[in-house]
Design a protein around this ligand. Structure first.
Ligand code: GLN
Length: 537
């Protein structure tokens, strides 16, 4: 481990969903704003190798990094807050840890020893934590441990933290997130769950340095004193984490609680300049004072669980701020859209986004939504499967290819306008056939996407198996749907547009993964702008 790297471990107690990801991202933001290069890592105690094969109903959206890692959605928050890309090393699951240990065992790396949770699994965990310190790029690494302390599956992680505290005591601290619930019958905030949670940590040999207390009401001095005294932490290390109006308020709330200062003190690091958050505050100011509003329909099949489209909904918040507009996202279930009800469902919208996805469910509703947007000149944005639906719709209704489809859904269609490339067909391992991560794309001059980006050379992240079938490209272009973006190496179509429509853009990649507070995504910004203009008309 490099001498200079410092580690902050963030654990959670009492209950799940306390918002460890947002607290971690907010703290990292404050440290970054003080001039420390900071990254965040998430350790997930489940046995899947990565969330790539998980149903979004389980853990929400699967976030994709530049290097093609399929990761937990918290990495999206990290990137949106810090504006620094993450990588495979920033998300590790128990499955991946065990896979690595078992592979080493098979190779004979353990020289005949009995392979055990301690030390082999815990060593592998420590190795993954320290991996991010290797090239000395980061001063501080924030490691968020998924799950709740006391869960069987979290135990090896807490043990790895205990060992690191013992080995590098001056370079590590632990922040424990707990809940201070309000009992309305008693009219009181209760500290006992926090005390129990800390006690549990101490049973595992870990004394938290700082407590972030999630609460719906203010923690007064008496309460703070009580928590400090019974949980063995200093008074200034009891941090109130009150419910916030927006996740983007949390860095400011944490700054008011001086979380960053206490952290630096405990790590023995100089405080440097006080954090410059002026851009962040301008963002919040605009977020809270929009001058106009638009309604955008998000047509998808997981709309009951909004976390399934987390990056898209956050990208709309960023793009809204850029346009000084409130974007009201209307969640529309693709399965419930039919020719009969579509006018009623979509009539009021200023823009329509058709979401990414896999499989048959809801596909016909998505195609209907594209059709509605295209013929009514409503700004349309199709992402991944949404772009593929735009291609299918155009083939069927403009080119007269009746049963045009993607071979993902109809293998024996007469018009496979979306299909799988030969090279991909050979890779059979599920999870291994996808085009994942960042690929270059060359845009055509004068396209709407080009003017949005202000550049003809871009790079965006992918996560899909199927592609536009170039055998049909000439027919599409003649009829008015243009390939305005292509992969410069393979010639694969990455962007389609209909120039005669006010704003109709479909992208094979996922722009939402790259939208951050500091850099709202240009395509989302342009789409919201088009929606505002369409509303005015
Ligand atoms: N199911 C489509 C494919 O695999 C689209 C994937 C997506 O929308 N991410 O190509």
């Amino acid at each position: 481990m490099s001498n200079s790297t410092k580690y902050i471990f963030v654990t959670g107690g009492v209950t799940s969903s306390l918002g460890k990801g947002i607290i971690s991202a907010s703290l990292a933001k404050l440290l970054q704003a003080r001039g420390y290069s900071t990254t965040i890592q998430k350790l997930d105690p489940y046995i899947n190798i990565d969330p790539g094969t998980l149903n979004p109903y389980e853990h929400g959206e699967c976030f994709v990094t530049d290097d093609g890692a399929e990761t937990d959605l918290d990495l999206g928050h990290y990137e949106r807050f810090l504006n620094v890309p993450t990588s495979q090393a920033n998300n590790v699951t128990t499955g991946r840890i065990y896979q690595a240990v078992v592979e080493k065992e098979r190779r004979g790396d353990y020289l005949g020893k009995t392979v055990q949770v301690i030390p082999h699994i815990t060593d592998e965990i420590k190795g993954r934590i320290q991996l991010l310190a290797q090239d000395g790029k980061f001063d501080i690494i924030v490691t968020e441990i998924g799950g709740t302390v006391g869960d069987i599956e979290s135990l090896p992680y807490i043990e790895a933290v205990r060992q690191m505290l013992w080995e590098y005591e001056n370079d590590c601290i632990v922040i424990h997130l707990t809940l201070v619930p309000y009992l309305s019958a008693a009219g009181e905030l209760k500290t006992k769950p926090t005390q129990h949670s800390v006690k549990q940590m101490m049973e595992f040999g870990v004394q938290p340095d700082i407590l972030c207390c999630r609460t719906e009401h203010e923690l007064d001095l008496n309460l703070r004193r009580k928590i400090a005294k019974f949980c063995n932490v200093s008074m200034n290390a009891v941090i109130e984490a009150k419910d916030a109006e927006s996740i983007y308020d949390v860095p400011i709330l944490m700054q008011a609680e001086e979380l960053d200062k206490v952290v630096l003190e405990k790590l023995g690091l100089p405080k440097k300049a006080s954090p410059n958050l002026s851009n962040w505050k301008t963002f919040l100011e605009k977020l809270k004072n929009p001058t106009t509003e638009v309604s955008i329909g998000l047509v998808g099949k997981y709309v009951e669980l909004k976390d399934s489209y987390k990056s898209i909904s956050e990208a709309f918040i960023h793009a809204g701020v850029s346009n000084e507009a409130r974007v009201n996202v209307r969640w529309i279930h693709s399965e419930s859209l039919t020719k009969q009800n579509i006018d009623k469902e979509l009539r009021e919208l200023d823009g329509i986004l058709v979401a990414p996805g896999f499989g048959t469910r809801g596909i016909s509703g998505k195609i209907e939504a594209v059709h509605y947007a295209r013929i009514h000149n409503i700004p349309f944005f199709g992402i991944c499967l949404g772009m593929q639906c735009a291609v299918i719709e155009f083939a069927r209704n403009v080119l007269g290819m009746d049963d045009a489809h993607t071979t993902e859904i109809s293998e024996d269609t007469n018009f496979p306008v979306i299909s799988m490339m030969e090279e991909q067909k050979k890779i059979s391992n599920f999870g291994g056939t996808m085009r994942l991560g960042a690929y270059k794309c060359q845009l055509k001059p004068k396209a709407k996407s080009t003017s949005a980006y202000g550049s003809e050379n871009i790079s965006e992240r992918h996560r899909h198996r199927f592609e536009f079938n170039n055998a049909y490209l000439t027919q599409f272009e003649k009829a008015g749907m243009k390939a305005t973006g292509k992969n410069p190496e393979t010639g694969l179509v990455e962007v389609v547009e209909i120039p005669s429509h006010p704003w109709f853009v479909g992208v094979q990649f996922h722009p939402e993964y790259k939208s951050t507070v500091a850099k709202p995504h240009p395509l989302f910004v342009a789409f919201v702008d088009a929606a505002i203009k369409s509303k005015k008309q």
